[in-house]
Design a protein. Structure first.
Length: 152
């Protein structure tokens, strides 16, 4: 006895969706974002569905996790060759020291630039105040009430 099962749903739409997903995966995250934006433009539930799928399948965050996982740990992993590992450790330590020195230099450079700009501002301010004082007419500093008392 053989049983035949007939599928009522056709596999074509599923295959088309799978091909579309594979194509978008090949093109990268930008293609997924562009598809989502186009979905929102054409008919907002399509864009919303793509956004939900991207978040559910971790499509949006795939690159970040991989970069975080493979970040600095690969630089400090042993290669198995002790001479090379010693050279690598020495070079990395030297590069870290140079980076600290360079950052310190940049900080001093920024501080010197800020000081020069502040000094220039103070000089400009003092010069403007001196000009304002020299352009004002001289004021009589005597007491106006003193004249009338002496004159009476």
């Amino acid at each position: 006895m053989t049983t035949a099962t007939h599928s009522t749903s056709s596999p074509a739409p599923v295959a088309w969706l799978r091909r579309a997903e594979d194509w978008l995966d090949d093109k990268g995250k930008g293609a997924w974002i562009a598809a989502m934006v186009l979905g929102f433009i054409l008919f907002w539930p399509i864009g919303l569905a793509l956004l939900a799928y991207m978040m559910w399948s971790k499509q949006m965050f795939r690159g970040c996790a991989q970069r975080r996982k493979h970040g600095r740990h690969t630089a400090y992993r042993s290669s198995g060759n002790s001479a090379f590992d010693a050279y690598k450790d020495d070079t990395l330590r030297r590069l870290e020291d140079e980076q600290k020195q360079f950052e310190s230099f940049l900080e001093r450079l920024r501080a010197a630039k800020d000081k020069a700009e502040f000094d220039q501002f103070m000089e400009d301010r003092a010069r403007d105040a001196a000009k304002a004082r020299s352009s004002e007419p001289p004021q009589d500093r005597r007491d106006p009430g003193a004249e009338t008392w002496q004159g009476a």
